[in-house]
Every structure is written in structure tokens, then in C-alpha cells.
Design a binder for this molecule. Structure first.
Ligand SMILES: CC(=O)N[C@H]1[C@@H](OP(=O)(O)OP(=O)(O)OC[C@H]2O[C@@H](n3ccc(=O)[nH]c3=O)[C@H](O)[C@@H]2O)O[C@H](CO)[C@@H](O)[C@@H]1O
Ligand SMILES: C=C(OP(=O)(O)O)C(=O)O
Length: 447
């Protein structure tokens, strides 16, 4: 168990490189199961806990995986099982993304029900509606979902009631091997959908229209391995952009794609942040005070829910009152209680949070209640008086590669300690007081 320790007050400057996108690489690894011939090579696969989890799911199904220097090789030629057990799906909801590929490839699949998670109930009805339309017979029992087909999946027209990212991906993957054409209407338009479609097409699939609301998939007989480079993580990039802005710094976010971040850039510019994209990344500079703005999360190309908590941290340091409205997930304001421990003034009214700017944030012991909440607390810690301790680090490890190291290289006073080290530090500090001899200087664990 670890904690991040942040001492506020430093302006961030320099350049930081964005890793491959978590939300692209997870469906792409799942899609590798469709490769009946050859090996898939996935470049820029970020070393995240979620990536390890999905690899374990694939290995448990019989795929061969190697992972070195951020390059993952998946050999799914001889997969033998069609089951994703509870132990992995419980760890990460995105494990459910193996259902579409397994159904298409094996004609049968049994996956543990993903259940809800901290940010919302997150039903899977749209995934199942899609599989049923493609001809699968679905049954539920003992915490598992089973899907079977007689022969081959059949192309169909599927209208999604909500433009779900996961359902669009799962159905798109299943439909690549269906007989005939599938049309997904009200499809999600996120850049990660386009990345997955490009990967599938590299495997020999025929997917058109990804990135628009209507995706057409013409089924093929067989898919093969391919080589693909994962797009940069727009949420990690956005998090570093906020880190630059909140500290009044000057940071070049290398690899960030401005087009993927349009709503984040617009809101930051409205606040008075200077954002200068070029072909290799985005430079962010800010002079305080910044202006308060209202934010409403929406499916892409709207403002991403995965950037809501980080922007709330920035709004706490702006001048005026902002209203942040979360429309994607019903319970994504858990960071508010933690911000309040840091002296923030925020009131939640239904799906909106009223944020009072100009906060004099103070370091506190806080807990990352989910992945992005954890990032937001670290951002707030960068501009808080004193020291902030962020626990619940396992959430942050799901989606950020070397977050403390990257921030530290930009000049932040942040490091990670294991709880055991922390206990040791406390003991030594106590001894220091008793003996009046400086004994111990805690070091970051990566040194
Ligand atoms: C691994 C991954 O890519 N995760 C992202 C993905 O999650 P995920 O794919 O789970 O998110 P969805 O787009 O499916 O969910 C959006 C909304 O649709 C609802 N819904 C979804 C499916 C369904 O069958 N029925 C239904 O009602 C959900 O409860 C939620 O309220 O998109 C989210 C929304 O941008 C992001 O926050 C997550 O980071
Ligand atoms: C909610 C997120 O991810 P997941 O869908 O994997 O839980 C996220 O990346 O912020």
C-alpha cells in the first residue's frame, strides 16, 4: 500500500510526455482475441495496472502475451477458453470488453457480471441489446452472463439508447466476424472508438464511420494479427494541462492531440489560460487570477467526464463561482468531500456542484475515491498550503503511468511512500524529537 505526499507551492515548468491511452489500449488488447492468424503487436501500450489486468484475462483464455518496453505482443491463435472469471472482471470493468470478441470467435462466452462501481451503477444493457440483435442468446445466472450463438452472428441494425463507449466497442468487435452488415446508430464518437476501428481494420475488418454517430461494419470470415500504435492519452494530457494552469506554470505536454482535447482547451481558454497547440503537443501557460467558468460533462465531443474532477480543482483557484454539472455518471462527485477537507467551498445540488473560487487550500489527509478523483486531489495538493497525503493510490495506478515521477520532473514536490515507510518515518520523527538528532529523511520510493 502506498500514498502520494505532495507539498504545495511550486510552479511547474518543462516538458512532459504523454503515455498511450488507457481507454484505447484496453479494447485494443481485447480485440486481439479476434486474431485467428498471426500475432498482434501493440506499440505504446502503457504500463498500467489495468493493462496488466486485461492481459491476465487474455492469458486465462489461452492467449500468449509478451510485454516489453511498452510493446505488447498477443498471440490469440489457439485460445481455448471463453470465460472471463470474477477475479479479473471484479478488478476492472473493462474486462467485460472481451465478451464481444469471444462471442464472435468462439460462438459462446461466459463473463462475470461487472456490477456497479464508485462513480455509478454502470449497467450493460446496451451491450447485451447489441449482442441479442446480432443473434446471441443471453442468459444470466450465479453472477455470470452467458451468451451463445447457433452458427455465426448475423449483421443487424442496432440503435443505442445511450451513446455508450463500451457498448459501441463491444458490438463493433463482435460484428467484425458477423455474416452481413451491422449498423450501430447513436454510436459513441470518442477518439478511442476511432483508434479501435483502425486497429480492427488493420486486422482485416471492414469498419466505416467510426468517430461519427453511425458505424457500419461489414462482417468478414477471419481476422489476423497486425501492428498498431495506441493514440496518446487525452485524459492524462488534460491532467498535465491543468497541472500547468493551476500552478501558474509553463508546461509543454508532448504528444497531446489538440483535436481530442477541444472542449478542455476551450474551457481553459475561457478561464484565461494560454493554450498553444502545435503538431507535436500543447504548451500551456497561465497567469493568475483565472476566471470561473461553468462546465457540463457530455459524451464526446462534449466535455469529458474523466476531466471533471481535475477541472474542479482548477476552478477552486479561479475568481468567482462556477457550476459543474455531471451528466454522464450519477455519482461522480466523491472528490467534493475530499476537497472540502482541504478547505474548499463546494456545494452539491443534485447533478451540479457549485464551486466557490479563490479557495485558500490547505494540505490534508485525503483519499482517492476513484482514478480521476485521485488525480484531482494531487492537483489541488500542488497549490495547497503545507502537505497533502493522498491514499487510495491503487485507483491512480489504474490510469496514470509514473504520475509522481512525471510531476516531479516538472518541479513539483511530490513523492510516493509505502505505508510501511510512512510508519517508519513516524517512528523516526518521534525519535528525532526525543533525541534531538536528525535521523531520517524519507526518500521517494523510485529513487
Ligand atoms: C475503459 C473505458 O473506456 N472507460 C471509459 C468509458 O467507460 P464506459 O464504456 O463504461 O462508459 P459508457 O460510455 O458505457 O457509459 C456512459 C453512460 O452510459 C450508461 N450506460 C452504459 C452502458 C450500458 O449498457 N447502459 C448504460 O446505461 C452508463 O451507466 C453511463 O451513465 O467511457 C466513459 C464515458 O466517457 C469514461 O468515463 C470511461 O473512462
Ligand atoms: C472511469 C474511468 O475508467 P473505467 O471506465 O476504466 O473505470 C476513467 O478512466 O476515468
Amino acid at each position: 500500500m502506498s500514498k502520494f505526499i505532495v507539498r504545495g507551492g511550486n510552479k511547474l515548468t518543462g516538458s512532459v510526455k504523454v503515455s498511450g491511452a488507457k481507454n484505447s489500449v484496453l479494447p485494443i488488447i481485447a480485440a486481439s482475441l479476434l486474431g485467428e492468424e498471426g500475432v498482434s503487436v501493440i506499440v505504446d501500450a502503457p504500463p498500467l495496472d489495468d493493462v496488466i489486468t486485461i492481459s491476465k484475462v487474455l492469458e486465462s483464455i489461452g492467449a500468449g502475451i509478451t510485454y516489453e518496453n511498452n510493446v505488447m505482443r498477443v498471440n490469440a491463435q489457439a485460445i481455448s477458453s471463453c470465460e472471463a472469471p470474477y477475479e479479473w472482471v471484479r478488478k476492472m470493468r473493462a474486462s467485460f470488453l472481451v465478451m464481444g470478441p469471444l462471442l464472435a470467435r468462439m460462438g459462446h462466452t461466459r463473463i462475470s457480471l461487472p456490477g456497479g462501481c464508485a462513480i455509478g451503477t454502470r449497467p450493460i444493457d446496451q451491450h447485451l441489446k447489441g449482442f441479442e440483435a446480432l443473434g446471441a442468446e443471453i442468459s444470466l445466472g450465479q453472477g455470470y452472463i452467458e451468451a451463445k450463438i447457433n452458427g455465426r452472428l448475423r449483421g443487424a441494425k442496432i440503435y443505442l439508447d445511450v451513446a455508450s463507449v463500451g457498448a459501441t466497442e463491444n458490438i463493433m468487435m463482435a460484428a467484425t466476424l458477423a455474416e452481413g452488415t451491422t449498423v450501430i446508430e447513436n454510436a459513441a464518437k470518442e477518439p478511442e472508438i476511432v483508434d479501435l476501428a483502425n486497429y480492427l481494420n488493420g486486422m482485416g475488418a471492414k469498419v466505416r464511420g467510426a468517430g461519427t454517430g453511425v458505424i457500419r461494419i461489414e462482417g468478414v470470415e477471419k481476422l489476423h494479427g497486425t501492428e498498431h500504435t495506441v493514440i496518446p492519452d487525452r485524459i492524462e494530457a488534460g491532467t498535465f494541462m491543468v497541472a500547468a494552469a493551476i500552478t501558474g506554470g509553463d508546461v509543454y505536454v508532448e504528444g497531446a492531440i489538440a483535436d481530442h482535447l477541444a472542449p478542455v482547451i476551450s474551457k481553459m481558454e475561457e478561464m484565461g489560460v494560454t493554450v498553444e497547440p502545435d503538431e507535436n503537443g500543447i504548451r500551456v501557460t497561465a497567469n493568475h487570477p483565472l476566471k470561473a467558468v461553468d462546465i457540463k460533462t457530455l459524451p464526446y465531443p462534449g466535455f469529458p467526464t474523466d476531466m471533471q474532477s481535475q477541472m474542479m480543482a482548477l476552478l477552486l483557484k479561479s475568481e468567482g463561482t462556477s457550476v459543474v454539472t455531471e451528466t454522464v455518471f450519477e455519482n461522480r462527485f466523491m472528490h467534493v468531500d475530499e476537497f472540502q477537507l482541504m478547505n474548499a467551498e463546494i456545494k452539491v445540488e443534485g447533478r451540479s456542484a457549485i464551486v466557490t473560487g479563490g479557495a485558500n487550500l490547505k494540505g490534508a489527509k485525503v483519499c482517492a475515491t476513484d482514478l480521476r478523483a485521485g488525480a484531482a486531489l494531487i492537483l489541488a495538493g500542488l497549490v495547497s498550503e503545507g502537505t497533502t497525503e493522498v491514499s487510495g493510490v491503487h485507483h491512480i495506478d489504474r490510469g496514470y503511468v509514473d504520475l509522481a515521477e512525471k510531476l516531479s520532473a516538472l518541479g513539483a514536490d511530490i513523492w510516493r511512500v509505502s505505508i510501511e515507510e510512512k510508519a517508519l518515518e513516524t517512528t523516526k520523527k518521534k525519535m528525532e524529537v526525543e533525541e534531538e538528532v536528525p535521523l531520517f529523511n524519507i526518500q521517494p520510493t523510485w529513487v
